[in-house]
Design a protein around this ligand. Structure first.
Ligand code: NAD
Ligand code: KPL
Length: 302
């Protein structure tokens, strides 16, 4: 299976590096950057969760034509770049399946604006990846990965994609309902991301104070109502699951907190913002997510 990973950031570099280290046929497709040049001219420096380091020779390119003979394109750009990234690569794709492992709502639908719906796969991963420096990515924590065809039944090609990722140490299971997986992760992000970004606290702070507990619970409960209004059967213990993630990642700075602190654009529109918009469309009030989203927007503008 020939795999092209689109987006040479933290997650894309980790996945492409893990696949290359396992001798998979993989190419990392990124924008021109010092990171891409370092990987191309030298190798990817990959720090494993146990601290060991390897240098992984990895095919990397900025030429979208590299996707022409791919069997699988894995989308690893931020949710606000999905449309641009797909627009840049779509004309080159042959019959490849396209898998989004991005956080947030709407990515699979955006991918489907550029490739036939039956070729769209979506899923989630709870692996942690951090790009430490140009040419260097750190696998910050192991996790689970779940994928499935988003608008069509699964088939042997989905199993093959999961097998390829699993063989690279990204243990992947196939689900018949990737929409539930995506929503369940969005609820976790709704409970943790904006609150930690705005209060500038690590994830664990949300389960160590009553104020944190309240914000987490209310944001997730609103999200559950929106999911149900959309007919998505998210788990009834979504709050407990989010608390468990906050405990497990207690010392982590959420991605949104990192983005706000570094003055970068956040994925708020695909997370809290999307919940608010979908809530409004379904007559579900989402005042907590609306306020969190507005505060994050203010922080971004500032
Ligand atoms: P990132 O910002 O580190 O990387 C995104 C990369 O995409 C950047 O290098 C950017 O240059 C590139 N890009 C943007 N537009 C492009 C285009 N048109 N063509 C080619 N490349 C383009 O982000 P990340 O942390 O890797 O996250 C990517 C997605 O994965 C997000 O939705 C995130 O929420 C999700 N995710 C990340 C992690 C993680 O641990 N980093 C874990 C799970 C899910
Ligand atoms: O996905 C995350 C993020 O930071 O975006 C969590 C699960 C909250 C871990 O930090």
């Amino acid at each position: 299976m020939r795999i092209v990973v689109l987006g040479a950031g933290s997650l894309g570099s980790l996945l492409a590096g893990a696949l290359a280290a396992a001798d998979a046929d993989v190419t990392l497709l990124g924008r021109d950057s010092e990171h891409v040049r370092r990987v191309r001219d030298d190798a990817l420096r990959l720090t494993r969760p146990d601290g060991t380091e390897t240098r992984v020779p990895l095919a990397v390119t900025t030429d979208a034509a590299a996707a022409a003979d791919a069997d699988l394109l894995v989308v690893c750009v931020k949710s606000y770049d999905t449309a641009d990234a797909l627009a840049g690569v779509a004309e080159h794709l042959g019959g490849a399946d396209v898998l989004t492992l991005q956080n947030g709502l709407g990515n699979a639908e955006t991918v489907a604006d550029y490739v036939p719906r039956e070729r769209v796969l979506a899923g989630t991963t709870t692996h942690g990846a951090v790009r430490e420096a140009p040419g260097h990515v750190r696998h910050a924590g192991r996790g689970d990965t779940t994928i499935g065809r988003y608008f069509a039944p699964n088939d042997a090609r989905v199993d093959a994609a999961a097998d390829a990722l699993s063989a690279a140490g990204i243990e992947t299971t196939v689900t018949d309902d990737p929409e539930v997986a995506v929503w369940t992760k969005v609820l976790v992000n709704a409970g943790i991301n904006a609150a930690t970004a705005l209060a500038r606290v690590p994830n664990g702070a949300l389960v160590e104070s009553e104020a944190g507990e309240r914000v987490l619970r209310r944001a997730v409960e609103e999200g559950v109502e929106v999911a149900r209004a959309e007919g998505v059967a998210v788990p009834s213990d979504a709050v407990e699951r989010t608390r468990a993630v906050a405990e497990r990642t207690a010392s982590n700075a959420s991605s949104m907190r990192q983005d706000v602190e570094r003055g970068r654009r956040t994925e708020v529109e695909a997370l809290h913002g999307a919940l608010v918009r979908r809530g409004a469309a379904n007559g579900v009030a989402t005042p907590v997510n609306e306020t969190l989203a507005d505060l994050v927007r203010l922080a971004e503008e500032g």
